[in-house]
Design a protein around this ligand. Structure first.
Ligand code: ZN
Ligand code: ZN
Length: 176
């Protein structure tokens, strides 16, 4: 949990300034909304929070932020795209780019999508060549083994997407 209520507006401005994007009022507001959300937001969710923003401006802002790597797009089972801020604060407190090596949790009841940022780095260790020590295989390596044993030796995995599906805490509570 964050100790101080973060100033998402300033954080958004800061991130935009250090990106390749031009800083516009719309981008700041959209990014600040994504940064402040606990779960990923659809176009409609963002629109509901920024009611006075023109729909096209909102779409463009989301696309721009996604292209610049400040936000990322997650496709839902309901064919709705949801967006989450791509740069998040680490536990250590300094801004840290979170690329796509993170997982998602999708609630099958309310369709909310949460980013799992603290997926153990070992799970997705990209260093396939290091044979140091006798550490157990990372999940990536295990999946590579499964891939080759089922489909053939020639297959190589480059990326693994982790999505956990289930009920979010709120829905689990309601289901009781
Ligand atoms: Zn995510
Ligand atoms: Zn839910």
């Amino acid at each position: 949990m964050k100790k101080n209520a973060p100033d998402f507006q300033s954080l958004a401005e800061e991130q935009l300034r250090s990106s390749s994007l031009r800083t516009t009022d719309a981008r700041i507001r959209v990014l600040a909304t994504l940064l402040g959300a606990r779960h990923a937001l659809s176009h409609q969710d963002v629109q509901d929070k920024l009611v006075d923003m023109d729909r096209v401006t909102l779409y463009r802002a989301l696309d721009g932020l996604t292209d610049a790597g400040l936000a990322h797009k997650i496709s839902g089972d309901d064919r709705v795209f949801r967006y989450n801020a791509g740069v998040e604060e680490t536990e250590a407190g300094h801004g840290h780019a979170h690329h796509h090596q993170h997982g998602h949790f999708k609630c099958t009841r309310c369709a909310k999508v949460f980013c799992i940022d603290n997926v153990d780095e070992k799970l997705f260790n990209t260093d396939m060549d290091s044979k140091q020590g006798n550490s157990s295989l990372t999940l990536r390596q295990q999946l590579q083994k499964i891939l080759q044993s089922t489909l053939g030796k020639g297959f190589q995995s480059h990326e693994v997407e982790l999505t956990i599906k289930g009920w979010c805490a709120e829905c689990a509570l309601q289901a009781k």
